[in-house]
Write a protein that binds this ligand. Sequence first.
Ligand code: FMN
Length: 205
Amino acid sequence: MSKTKPVHEIRHYFSPKDPFELFTKWYNEAEKTEVILNAETMVLATATKDGKPSVRYMLMKSYNKEGFTFYTNYNSRKGQEIIVIEGQIVKNDAKVSEDYFHSRPKSNQLTALISNQGEVIEDIEDLVKKKDDLRQEYLDEHAVIPKPDHWGGYVVKPDSYEFFCGHQDRLNERIKFRRPFADEIPDEKLVHTGEDGWIYQYLSP
Ligand SMILES: Cc1cc2nc3c(=O)[nH]c(=O)nc-3n(C[C@H](O)[C@H](O)[C@H](O)COP(=O)(O)O)c2cc1C
């Protein structure tokens, strides 16, 4: 027997038809759900110019209609790759990164200073030692740890969103939002008019 939800329930899941508002609704629900420990964990996939993909977890630290922000080491592998994605991912404002950096626990700030993310190391103890040495320099509780240039945020500027609603019988439901192509008029059968300039389509699972 199909476990797919009746159409009126699906409409309820996939409403409103502004993907940012829909994201906000689903995200707020995920944050309140006890079995989801870190709702802000996201998976970031990038590819090299010759198409070699890589994925890794990131923490989404803020979001708004302009995009989704995470913080990282700009010199790391993903930093190199993201920059080639045209117009979709941008470094966030240096001042925003600066403020966020100083809002983090001092110990985390020090780690950003001593770790060249992705670099091959002999032993983690070397970094522990490096960090201990550096800690001595910033013992004063008012000492400001300078944000390294290679550390900051990226904003993923979405040009499409997909929402996936899983069902036990695998007849999962998917809705994808994108911006219309030039002169595209939704036929309201396969392509529908959404809100805030978005159009949407249902996808086969
Ligand atoms: C749950 C989780 C959250 C993570 N969040 C971040 C993050 O916000 N920023 C970051 O630079 N690395 C984060 N990491 C580590 C990355 O997944 C990754 O190992 C690291 O950024 C190096 O990636 P790269 O070598 O592909 O550049 C996280 C790992 C896990 C398991």
